[in-house]
Design a protein around this ligand. Structure first.
Ligand SMILES: *Cc1c(COP(=O)(O)O)cnc(C)c1O
Length: 865
């Protein structure tokens, strides 16, 4: 039996034109029925926002949401073709192909589909009478939510937001999963970036209790001040149903605001003598564990606990959870048993290279239905060629019977294109027959049994999702399948990348296209993964410097249009074959192009090229307006125009572009404005000669922020995507994307007077200095200029200065002041706490160089929270 999470569309009564009536509650959604569905009794089982994630079309209700760079209405034909039959669209928007294109669909127009989504979720939420905990704050929301769910799972059947689904659309989707007949507790997180957003989330979540994690400086852009941000966040905790807010008394702003708003609070402190409900005395925090003493005076409770970690954020997150458990009067011994099982690392999906050219999606943190669906979704998004294998442990889902659960799991597999299932665990074994429709299956009772027979060769060239609950220890499978790593890793955070992309998108007027520069291995981050994400996020264009880079992207399955900035004349055949579009910046190149495609490009052939058949590729004309590097000068225009007109039938000009010489430097703004004026003039002359408008673009990342009046039809985002604002203005709004880290190979203690390394340049002066050798050198891209004290790395969060010269494969740092440092520990080279612009300045270069220097031998690991 599938849970009755459905409402029906009823034929409108004569006097009731608004058409949605909920089956359980007479909630009414105001809308106008544009077209009646063929099946009036169609039940809505899931809410759908993304045409790329249809999964099961039967029972899906699609909301056509609109954002600055996205319009859900565009995907109606695709959705209809996939079998989706229920749509909520925006009043007044034209539907592609008109209503007649969707003859069997039920379509309702509303003022705001987003508001409709939220209203439906809110009505659904109101049917649930159990407690609901809402979590907000600047950091730690997802971890606190996950941990609390783990800690309370022996007592409750919990519905919680999957991963960090905490936005205006993520929250309604999360709340929709709440099943009044099955769940006993809801835990949902809410994240906002602007004033006004929290009230809407509060109406959906309707929390009865709340947790405020921390007030940080993240995402400050949408608020005038910290006070305003805090006041906005606290709006989650309003309404007659709200009973209790758990918060840390040691945050003065939060404390004051809770008092001012008269919120019913339950607080904890780490300082003796404060009037908080619970006092936590941290006895000791040594590497790996923390012991503490809790005092809950009102109920006369004192107890000692040990946490299985020692880093400050984890301890803070655990204390929030501990406060909730103590308030719920869970026995201290029982709490301790549950705490011991908490996992200190953030749950996240990691993507990395496997052995024999396989590619691993490593998700070994938890395994319930919602998490599995998300992981399969990530797998489905991979354009990489190769067979899809899922290695899956027993699914831990409370409330469903095992046959029901595995039947549901089986329905999730086809949409992700799984061609082989490896099931591990007693429960999945018992239900093998439910997977009879999967193309290939193997089952093992335990992880050990699988490892005993594992042959990595049998997974060659596959894309493998490894999804297991923690107790199955699937990290051992990952280790067996993963390519060898030497100690240095560049970790690329794909969520940070998406965040930065949205930041730049918000600067654009609707309709402005976005080209993203993925040249130089995507600024060192890894071309395929970045391009794949951009494709998913619907960027309009990619650009690379050389044909080879474009070819690699095509071979990895990337299908977005790609511009090549430096096409060699002999590469035109390759460009055509791979549908890559050359930038043409000189007469020589234009002539080469024309002779490479002597007859190809009549209008039809060009059209064919654009949609992926062979034919001459479209071209991008580069104008030199002051950069003095590449491009046609203004004096070239008459000749260029003559050529364009003469070969009009053979040329398809996709865009006209220029590049600014100093977009990031205010001191040169007059020069920049002059470049833009020249560009407008030259582009106008070209368009007049061609007889039609052509895409125009001029701005790089810094330009996008600094010259909004010159966005034209498209902008070219580069370093900003990777988390650095070259103009230095918006760095706070961007998230760092890459983190380079290495490990300590060995530590030596040096008596005074000894020197370190080549050329004896590092002189140890004081007695007994401790010198750590790190597994990174200039061959990994760690600049020699960092040697001899110019650079520092972070070890256990503390700065360790470089000693001596940077060698080819290693370098040395002084860890005298970091006594806990030992061989095998991690050293951060750049990332959070060591910002790229600052490091670059120390050696007289720019962040671009540090990013692109990270050599290809350094393993990239891609994470997604
Ligand atoms: C690299 C490049 C960009 C992007 O520059 P950023 O400063 O990284 O944003 C834009 N346009 C052209 C022509 C480029 O070569």
């Amino acid at each position: 039996m599938v849970a009755p999470l459905a409402f029906r569309i009823f034929p409108p009564a004569a006097d009731l034109c608004p058409v949605f009536l909920f089956s359980a509650l007479p909630g009414l959604l105001h809308g106008r029925l544009l077209q009646a569905p063929a099946d009036w009794a169609a039940e809505v089982r899931h809410l759908l926002l993304d045409s790329r994630r249809v999964g099961l079309p039967a029972g899906a209700l699609f909301f056509a949401l609109r954002g600055p760079s996205h319009d859900g209405h565009r995907y109606l034909p695709e959705l209809y073709a996939q079998g989706v039959r229920l749509f909520i669209v925006e009043e007044g928007r034209a539907l592609p192909g008109g209503l007649a294109a969707y003859p069997a669909a039920g379509i309702v127009a509303v003022g705001s589909p987003l508001a409709a989504l939220q209203a439906i979720a809110a009505t659904h939420r109101a049917e649930f009478t159990g407690p609901v905990i809402g979590i907000t704050g600047s950091n730690g929301k997802t971890i606190v939510k996950e941990w609390l769910a783990q800690l309370l799972s022996p007592d409750e059947d919990i519905c919680r937001s999957p991963r960090s689904f905490n936005s205006q659309v993520g929250v309604p989707l999360s709340v929709w999963d709440l099943n009044p007949e099955r769940h006993t507790l809801g835990i949902f997180e809410a994240g906002i970036s602007e004033v006004g957003e929290m009230a809407r989330l509060a109406a959906v979540i309707q929390p009865t209790e709340g947790i405020f994690t921390t007030l940080g400086t993240a995402h400050d852009a949408g608020f005038a001040s910290s006070e305003q941000k805090l006041a906005e966040k606290l709006r989650l905790f309003q309404g007659p149903q709200f009973r209790r807010l758990f918060y840390c008394y040691d945050q003065p702003l939060v404390r004051a605001a809770v008092a001012h708003e008269r919120l019913p609070g339950f607080s904890w402190t780490r300082h003796a003598g404060q009037p908080a409900d619970i006092y936590f005395a941290l006895d000791q925090s040594t590497s790996g564990t923390t012991s503490l003493h809790a005092q809950y005076t009102r109920v006369g409770l004192e107890a000692a606990f040990a946490l299985p970690f020692s880093d400050a954020p984890s301890v803070e997150n655990a204390l929030h959870c501990l406060a909730v458990l103590l308030h719920r009067a869970v026995e201290p011994d029982e709490i301790q048993r549950r705490l011991a099982r908490l996992h200190p690392v953030a749950m996240r999906l990691e993507m990395k290279l496997g052995r024999h050219d396989s590619y691993l999606l490593d998700d070994t943190y938890n395994n319930d239905l919602a998490g599995l669906a998300l992981a399969l979704d990530a797998l489905g998004r991979q354009s990489r060629p190769g067979r899809r294998t899922l290695i899956l442990s027993d699914v831990l889902e409370s409330g469903l019977s095992a046959p029901e659960l595995y039947a549901r799991v089986a329905t999730l597999l086809p949409a992700a294109g799984i061609s082989r299932l490896v099931g591990i665990g007693a429960a999945i074994n018992q239900h093998q027959t439910l997977f009879a429709h999967a193309p290939a299956t193997e089952f093992y009772p335990t992880t050990e049994a699988f490892l005993a027979t594992l042959d990595p060769n049998a997974f060659a060239r596959e894309v493998i999702l490894i999804k297991g609950a923690r107790r199955f220890g699937f990290e051992r499978i990952v280790a067996a399948l993963q390519a060898q790593q030497h100690g240095t890793v560049l970790e690329v955070n794909l969520d940070a990348l998406s965040h930065n992309l949205q930041h730049y998108r918000r600067q654009l007027r609707p309709g402005t296209k976005l080209m993203v520069m993925v040249k130089a291995f995507a600024y060192g981050a890894g071309s395929y993964e970045v391009a794949s994400l951009l494709e998913f996020q619907r960027a309009d264009y990619l650009a690379v410097a050389y044909p080879d880079e474009g070819v690699a992207l095509r071979e990895a399955g990337i299908s977005l249009p790609i511009m090549v900035m430096n096409p060699a004349p002999d590469s035109f055949g390759t460009l055509r074959h791979y549908r890559l579009e050359p930038e043409i910046y000189s007469f020589e190149m234009l002539k080469e192009y024309l002779s490479a495609f002597p007859v190809a490009a009549d209008g039809a052939a060009v059209q064919a090229a654009l949609i992926g058949h062979s034919g001459a590729p479209a071209i991008h004309l580069k104008l030199d307006t002051g950069m003095r590097r590449l491009g046609f000068d203004e004096a070239d225009l008459p000749d260029l125009i003559a050529l364009l007109q003469r070969y009009a039938s053979r040329l398809h000009v996709a865009s006209i572009m220029t590049h600014l010489a100093a977009a990031d430097e205010a001191g040169h703004d007059d020069f920049t404005r002059e470049q833009l004026v020249t560009f407008r003039r030259m582009a106008a002359a070209l368009e007049a000669a061609l007889g039609h408008a052509v895409l125009k673009h001029a701005l790089n990342s810094a330009g996008i922020l600094r010259f909004p009046e010159a966005h034209f039809d498209m902008v070219r985002l580069g370093i900003g995507l990777y988390g650095v604002d070259a103009s230095g203005r918006d760095n706070a709004a961007l998230r760092p994307v890459s983190q380079l880290r290495t490990t300590i190979s060995q530590i030596k203690t040096l008596p005074s007077g000894r020197t370190v390394g080549y050329g004896r340049r590092g002189t140890a002066t004081e007695a007994n200095r401790r010198i750590a050798t790190l597994a990174i050198g200039y061959a990994d891209g760690y600049d020699r200029r960092f040697g001899n004290g110019a650079g520092t790395v972070l070890i256990h969060g503390q700065a360790a200065p470089l000693v001596g010269s940077v060698c080819m494969d290693m370098c040395m740092v002084d860890v005298t002041l970091i006594p806990e440092a030992k061989a095998g520990d991690v050293a951060l080279v750049f990332g959070e706490g060591l910002p790229l612009p600052e490091l670059a300045a120390r050696i007289g270069t720019i962040a671009y160089e540090l990013l692109t220097n990270v050599s290809e031998r350094v393993k990239r690991v891609f994470i997604s929270e």
